[in-house]
Design a protein around this ligand. Structure first.
Ligand SMILES: Cc1cc2nc3c(=O)[nH]c(=O)nc-3n(C[C@H](O)[C@H](O)[C@H](O)COP(=O)(O)OP(=O)(O)OC[C@H]3O[C@@H](n4cnc5c(N)ncnc54)[C@H](O)[C@@H]3O)c2cc1C
Length: 324
């Protein structure tokens, strides 16, 4: 997103990535762009602007498959309205709140579309960054007016920010097309995000994939470093909890399982802004990095180009973690 918005402003951009475009965390989620799950505050305000930017991008880049399927925040018992015909598979006691503007997107598809025409070098492992200089493992020294660091859950080393990986597992169940219409999200999800404990927390997210033949069930949160082992007990716990909301899920076969590492920061806000003269960071978006990608990319592009920013950048200032 940074590359896209800078290129749009006439800047020449070179993207370096050791694995590939959206091959890591950004290719491992459900691609939800949600406002419904965010309590009032800075992150929700950012999500509202970013969702609008996603919609604008979707109109220009169909490869991003930006789909306004809407979301239902689900309560076990009272809390919302009767779901009725909105989502027939829900258990009768579940009540819901609808946000019809929430989106599902194809994050890798959008990333590939935005990077068309921009130089991307993959397999490049960046080992050192100084003002205006990037040094990959090859020892080559690359010069740039600005260096933007967006290394996901691996950000701590290059940025010095206290970013840690927060593991999340997902399971894809084989399902008949059209079984679930909305993004379904547990009202307890926000508590799971805010829970800092290292041990496991599970809150339900359910949705049909954009391709339609699978239902994704998640998700877990655990601060266990970069341990990519798929824990069958976690999968079982996610499916059991999800079936409290949508009982039919318990009978669907598991087609695939995987995990990713959310880039977690202790104050639950991303770090988007300048680290030092000529060096910028966009990191620490935890479980909202797809949602907040456009506003993060836009903000850095606007700050670099000395434009009035769309949102107040101060709460996201990476320097809030510096000791001084
Ligand atoms: C299970 C799961 C579900 C999720 N679902 C959603 C969702 O529905 N909606 C949402 O908004 N968010 C979701 N998220 C969160 C979202 O995926 C992340 O916040 C987001 O992908 C972070 O993007 P990023 O670009 O910072 O990191 P990444 O996508 O991981 O990209 C970082 C890139 O930097 C590269 N890199 C790192 N270090 C170096 C280096 N030294 N040299 C060169 N390259 C380097 C990596 O190879 C990688 O390609 C989910 C996360 C998980 C784990």
């Amino acid at each position: 997103m940074v590359a896209h918005y800078l290129t749009e402003r006439g800047r020449e951009v070179l993207v370096l990535d050791r694995s590939g475009v959206a091959r890591e965390t950004s290719g491992r989620g459900e691609g939800n762009v949600l406002v419904c799950d965010k309590p009032a505050g800075v992150e929700r305000d950012l999500a509202i602007v970013s969702r609008r930017l996603w919609t604008e991008l979707g109109a220009r880049f169909p490869q991003g498959r930006v789909t306004a399927k809407g979301s239902l925040l689900m309560y076990e018992g009272a809390g919302g309205d009767t779901a009725g015909a909105l989502e027939p598979q829900l258990a009768p006691e579940i009540t819901v709140r609808l946000d019809q503007d929430d989106l599902q997107v194809d994050s890798p598809g959008m990333a590939r579309a935005l990077l068309e025409g921009i130089e991307v070098r993959v397999g490049v492992d960046v080992t050192q960054v100084d003002a205006h200089t990037v040094t990959p493992a090859s020892g080559e020294r690359l010069r740039a007016e600005h260096v933007i660091l967006a290394p996901g859950p691996w950000a701590a080393e290059l940025t010095g920010l206290p970013v840690e990986p927060r593991k999340g597992q997902l399971a894809a169940l084989s399902a008949p097309p059209g079984m679930i219409a909305h993004k379904l999200i547990d009202a307890a999800y926000a508590d799971s995000v805010a829970d800092e404990a290292a041990e496991l927390s599970v809150a339900t997210v359910i949705e049909q994939t954009l391709d339609g033949d699978e239902i994704l069930v998640g998700s877990s949160r655990a601060r266990v470093g970069f341990d990519a082992t798929i824990d069958q007990d976690v999968t079982a716990a996610m499916i059991t909890r999800a079936a409290r909301f949508v009982p039919a899920l318990a009978k669907l076969p598991i087609a695939r399982q995987w995990c990713g590492f959310r880039p977690w920061l202790p104050d639950h806000l991303p770090a988007v802004g300048q680290l030092q003269s000529g060096v910028w960071a966009s990191a620490g978006h935890e479980g909202s990095g797809v949602c907040l990608a456009p506003i993060s990319g836009m903000l850095i592009a606007q700050l670099i180009c000395a434009e009035a920013p769309l949102v107040n950048p101060n709460p996201l200032d990476p320097m809030r973690f510096s000791e001084n």
